[in-house]
Design a protein around this ligand. Structure first.
Ligand code: COA
Length: 418
């Protein structure tokens, strides 16, 4: 038995943010029924295609363990089927452009009327306010949520990060909200509206930068490389966001990822200086305290880099961790894909897809001892259309055939089942 077994999710999500959420719920055991436009489906099926006529990795890595039904929700029969789906499911998740579900004829009030236990969960770019009607993609959220203005080097432009904090980060928030609403429904008996805005999600993850904005009122941010004459949280390059100074220094090899992130905590200073062949700096009052080092952190990291350049990043990791000194080798995606420990824990998994063959994807990032998440393939477009109509909605074969004829399920309009 899995954590969310028995929960049916009506999944109207597309692209990345919403599918991240419903994929997590599917891994937790929910029956996720992905509703897709006949003939088209989730737009990402055909984006960044690497193998012709095969669902893209973009899609397969966000939609595992789900079932797919094709349904035209603007067709009259399609609407009737959607009403039955709303009555049969526990949660409806969507991340359409603002107002799209209302335009389909299904505002929250109607959904509540049809199924008072329904939890209706949405991702939008912005919460209520001047931008609430705007469409939003990942990098828009990174920029409007405060992450981009605080990422990058002080003498360069704002930068977005490769981690999809706007899309996948907000999908995580939504999943958490849904699970909480399901828990509350046990006692209240009622569904509720769950809304997650991408701007809010990014800002929540960038809270230390909002902290620093307020600290500016009381003096310079001394741990930042540039900290005078600024009235907005500046970009900090690779400087640590916490109280412990850190930087990415080069290591042996000279490749683009031959770097390691080192952190100078007060107890580690003496060991670093031993390793670097500079024991005289251990007790030198010009260097021995965090306050003395603060104005010359770049010199400190230069001394450390002279040593790290003589070792590979993994050798440095072993040496420092032997003394409980945290550090982070910069791992490339190639290295991560081949890392046996991540395969062993199911964080990176190999899945077999009916038309693609084997491919790598990410597994559940949270491990539950009593609800193992086994990653399966993503569905083909409309793969489970009839199965869902027959088993979930209890339609008769005649009703399914009539639905095909109406065009609600897509082409061929006159497909008949035995
Ligand atoms: N049957 C019939 N129509 C369907 C359908 C179905 N099964 N599924 C979707 N549609 C329709 C919708 O009703 C909508 O029609 P409308 O514009 O007439 O109301 C249309 O398809 C397209 O939806 P939309 O969400 O506007 O897609 P888009 O490609 O133009 O915009 C986003 C994409 C991501 C920008 C937009 O959905 C958005 O801003 N979403 C919220 C924020 C978000 O999640 N962004 C992150 C994406 S990773």
């Amino acid at each position: 038995m899995k954590a969310l077994e028995g929960i049916k999710i009506l999944d109207f999500t597309h692209v990345q943010s919403g599918p991240t959420c419903t994929q997590l719920l599917a891994w937790l055991g929910a029956d996720v029924i992905k509703v897709e436009r006949p003939g088209i489906g989730d737009i990402t099926r055909g984006q960044l295609v690497d193998i012709p006529d095969v669902d893209s990795l973009y899609f397969t890595m966000l939609n595992s363990n789900k079932r797919s039904i094709t349904l035209d929700t603007k067709n009259e029969t399609g609407k009737e089927i959607l009403i039955r789906l709303i009555k049969s499911c526990d949660v409806l998740v969507e991340n359409f452009a603002p107002g799209a579900l209302d335009r389909m004829g299904f505002p929250w009030e109607r959904i509540q009327e049809l199924n008072p236990r329904m939890i209706y969960a949405s991702v939008k770019g912005f919460g209520p306010g001047p931008y609430e009607d705007c469409k939003v993609y990942e990098n828009v959220a990174q920029c409007t949520g405060g992450a981009a203005s605080t990422t990058g080097f002080d003498d360069g432009p704002p930068l977005v990060t490769g981690a999809q904090i706007g899309d996948s980060g907000t999908g995580l928030n939504l999943a958490f909200g849904i699970v909480a609403a399901l828990f509350q429904r046990v006692t209240s008996g009622r569904g509720q509206r769950v809304q997650a805005a991408m701007q809010d999600g990014v800002l929540n993850l960038a809270r230390v930068k909002l902290r620093d904005q307020q600290r500016l009122a009381h003096g310079p941010l001394t741990e930042y490389p540039v900290n005078t004459d600024v009235d907005e949280t500046p970009r900090a390059g690779n400087a640590s966001g916490g109280g412990q100074p850190g930087w990415a220094v080069r290591t042996k090899g000279g490749g683009p990822n031959d770097y390691i992130y080192v952190i100078i905590q007060p107890p580690g200073w003496a060991y670093y200086m031993e390793l670097c062949g500079r024991p005289e700096l251990i007790d030198d009052p010009e260097w021995s305290t965090p306050a003395a080092r603060l104005p010359k952190l770049d010199e400190c990291f230069k001394i450390i880099e002279e040593w790290t350049l003589t070792k590979t990043k993994l050798e440095v990791m072993d040496i420092l961790n032997a003394r409980d000194i945290p550090c982070g080798p910069i791992l490339s995606m190639k290295e991560i894909a081949n890392e046996p420990a991540l395969r062993n824990t199911g964080t990176v998994v190999e899945v077999d897809h009916p038309t693609r063959g084997k491919y790598l994807t990410v597994g559940m990032p949270v491990k539950l001892s009593d609800s193992e998440a086994k990653v399966q393939s993503s569905p083909l477009l409309g793969e489970h259309t009839e199965e869902i109509l027959l088993d979930v909605l209890g339609l008769s074969k005649e009703e399914v055939n009539a639905a095909w004829k109406s065009g609600a399920l897509g082409e061929p309009a006159a497909k008949a089942i035995d």
